[in-house]
Design a protein around this ligand. Structure first.
Ligand SMILES: NC(=O)c1ccc[n+]([C@@H]2O[C@H](COP(=O)([O-])OP(=O)(O)OC[C@H]3O[C@@H](n4cnc5c(N)ncnc54)[C@H](O)[C@@H]3O)[C@@H](O)[C@H]2O)c1
Length: 274
């Protein structure tokens, strides 16, 4: 049931690749809650076509931008303001990619050129996005910026390899930029740390299925879905969370605060050795 939480708000939503993408669900919810927005993704992702369906469904214009290109990002913010008729109230960063993961490189055998790409695409792009918005003064007073992250930034998950380091930087950028944007325009900046979610990026991680089940059996509420993540992000874009900033917010059914669950204990049950 829509609550009208984003009535009259304008935004930019990155990272919708297909209908499994977390950003896709966020776009649908944002529309339902009354927002108007532009959609953006890397030019190469546009060729796959699915984003056009989402644009049709939501009445959004697509503005291609490689999130590592400051030129593209300047265009994104300038054109979004023209299309939407004013400054934007919310921005979603839903972007991640590791060539080392894609090509199956172990953490102890990283290709450093690929590591640079991982960091640039998955973390520095968040800084670039906000720097572009800041310089163009493209986000309204009390606006909201959200990036998606994963708990491998705090605790080791071996299969997440160099993305863990990228997420740690992403979360740090949220704090550092959040401080400055807060003082400049009362704009808040947060990261949402989401449960494992079956998307193109998620499923690309080695052993994803088993880890998905492990997290689901560990979290008392089970894994949070992409739709539920969308609900949460909508609250962060809304006026109900104006004083929340520089936070990394876990949206994971309680996984991050659980040591071990009874369900997982049962899976590794051994005969009593006393
Ligand atoms: N799926 C999960 O398990 C999970 C869990 C926690 C956090 N996240 C994070 O959620 C975010 C969205 O991922 P998703 O799971 O929806 O997968 P997804 O594959 O649908 O989305 C990743 C997006 O990043 C875009 N992208 C890659 N390189 C880009 C570039 N240079 N410029 C602009 N866009 C670029 C891709 O085109 C794609 O749309 C990512 O930051 C991811 O790390 C995912």
């Amino acid at each position: 049931m829509p609550y009208g939480l984003l009535n009259g708000k304008r935004g930019i939503i990155s990272g919708a690749l297909n209908d499994q993408s977390i950003a896709w669900k966020i776009a649908l919810k944002a529309k339902e809650e009354g927002a108007t927005f532009t959609l953006t993704n890397a030019p190469i992702a546009m060729r796959m076509g699915a984003i056009r369906d989402l644009a049709e469904q939501t009445g959004a214009e697509i503005i291609p931008a490689d999130a590592t290109s400051t030129e593209d990002l300047d265009k994104l913010f300038t054109q979004s303001q023209e299309v939407l008729g004013g400054k934007v109230d919310f921005v979603l960063h839903s972007i991640g990619m590791s060539p080392n993961i894609r090509k199956g490189k172990a953490y102890t055998d990283l290709n450093y050129e690929w590591l640079k790409q991982t960091i640039d695409i998955s973390a520095v792009s968040f800084h670039k996005m906000m720097q572009s918005a800041y310089k163009l003064d493209a986000i309204s007073e009390w606006g909201s910026v959200v990036a998606l992250t994963y708990m491998a930034a705090q605790r080791t998950f071996p299969f997440y390899t160099d993305m863990a380091d990228a997420k740690a930087l992403l979360e740090s950028i949220a704090r550092s930029f959040g401080y400055r944007y807060g003082r400049y325009r009362h704009v808040r900046v947060n990261t949402v740390s989401q449960s494992p979610t079956p998307t193109t990026a998620g499923s690309g991680i080695g052993g994803f299925d088993r880890f998905f089940d492990f997290a689901d059996k560990t979290a008392p509420l089970g894994n949070a879905t992409a739709d539920q993540c969308a609900d949460y992000c909508i609250t962060l874009f809304s006026d109900l969370t104006r004083m929340v900033t520089m936070q990394n917010l876990f949206h994971d059914g309680g996984f991050s605060m659980t040591g071990i669950s009874e369900e997982v204990m049962e899976l590794i049950n051994r005969p009593n050795q006393d």
